[in-house]
Design a protein around this ligand. Structure first.
Ligand code: SAM
Length: 249
C-alpha cells in the first residue's frame, strides 16, 4: 500500500485529524460573536472526518459545506452527521481547497481547523477572501510559534514540515495585509494536542500495524508520528495552534 493510503487508514477512524477541541470550536464561535440563530452559510475547508463541522452543525442555524479532498474522510463525516441527526445541515464536498467551485461572496463564514497550511496561510487567506461576503468571518487555526525564539531542533523540524510557521504577530499582519480586520486570537491548550489528538492516535498504532501486516511503510509512518509526539511533549511551551478570527472588510 502506498504511503498516502496508509495515512488515510491511520487517520480516518479518528474523531479529528489534528489538534483541536469541541470547546475551542465553541470558544471561536463566541469570540467571533456569531449569532447562533441567524441563517448562515459556512464553508468548513479541510474538514477531515468532521470534528468542527459537526460542532458547527449542532450549535448554529447554518448550512455548512464541508470540503475535503479525501472521499474516505467525507464518507465518515457523512455517516457521523447522519448518526447525529444533523445531515440536513451539511453539504459534503470532495474537492481540493485549491480549486474551490464557489461563487464570489457565497459564504458568511469560512472555517478551517488545522488545514490551511496545506496551501499555506498567506495563499489561503488571500484566495478564500473572494468567497466571503463583505463583513463575513474567516476563522482558521494555524500552527504558531508562541515565543520569539526556540530550540534549533524544534525550529529545524517544523521549518522542514511547514516553512510558513511563524509567530501570531506575523500571521495577524498577513490577515491585515490581505484586507481583513483581525478580531480575535487564542491558543489551543495542551489537551487539544494530547488528549484530543495524539493519545487516540497513539492508542491506534497497534491495530494500524496489524491491519497493514506490520510493513516497513506502516512502521515508518508510526515512527514519524511518534517523533512528532515526542517533539510536542518536549517543546510544547514554544508552539501550538493559534485560532485566528478575522472580519472581511
Ligand atoms: N479539520 C480537520 C480536523 O481538525 O480534524 C482535519 C485537519 S487535517 C490536519 C487536514 C485536512 O485537510 C485533512 O482532512 C486533509 O485531507 C485535508 N486536505 C489536505 N490537503 C487538502 C487539499 N488540497 N484540499 C482539500 N483538503 C485537503
Amino acid at each position: 500500500m502506498d504511503e498516502f493510503k496508509l495515512l488515510i487508514d491511520l487517520h480516518k477512524g479518528a474523531n479529528r485529524q489534528g489538534p483541536g477541541g469541541d470547546a475551542e470550536t465553541e470558544k471561536a464561535i463566541n469570540v467571533a460573536g456569531i449569532d447562533r440563530d441567524a441563517p448562515l452559510k459556512i464553508a468548513d475547508i479541510g474538514c477531515g472526518t468532521g470534528a468542527s463541522t459537526l460542532t458547527l452543525a449542532r450549535s448554529l442555524n447554518a448550512k455548512i459545506t464541508a470540503v475535503d479532498f479525501l472521499q474516505d474522510f467525507i464518507d465518515v463525516l457523512t455517516e457521523r452527521a447522519q448518526d447525529e441527526g444533523v445531515a440536513d445541515k451539511i453539504v459534503p464536498l470532495c474537492t481540493s481547497m485549491e480549486k474551490l467551485p464557489f461563487e464570489k461572496e457565497a459564504f458568511d463564514i469560512i472555517w478551517s481547523e488545522g488545514a490551511i497550511y496545506n496551501i499555506g496561510f498567506k495563499k489561503g487567506v488571500a484566495d478564500w477572501k473572494h468567497y466571503l461576503k463583505p463583513g463575513g468571518l474567516l476563522i482558521a487555526s494555524e500552527i504558531t510559534w508562541l515565543t520569539n525564539s526556540r530550540p534549533l531542533e524544534l525550529q529545524d523540524h517544523w521549518n522542514n514540515e511547514y516553512s510558513e510557521i511563524d509567530t501570531a504577530s506575523v500571521k495577524i499582519k498577513v490577515l491585515e495585509e490581505c484586507g481583513y480586520t483581525p478580531i480575535g486570537y487564542f491558543v489551543l491548550p495542551e489537551y487539544c494536542w494530547l488528549d484530543n489528538y495524539y493519545e487516540p492516535m497513539r492508542r491506534s498504532f497497534d491495530a494500524f500495524l496489524n491491519r497493514n501486516g506490520n510493513s516497513e511503510e506502516a512502521r515508518a509512518i508510526v515512527e514519524a508520528e511518534r517523533h512528532e509526539i515526542e517533539l510536542y511533549e518536549k517543546y510544547k511551551a514554544y508552539f501550538s495552534y493559534g485560532v485566528y478570527i478575522a472580519k472581511n472588510i
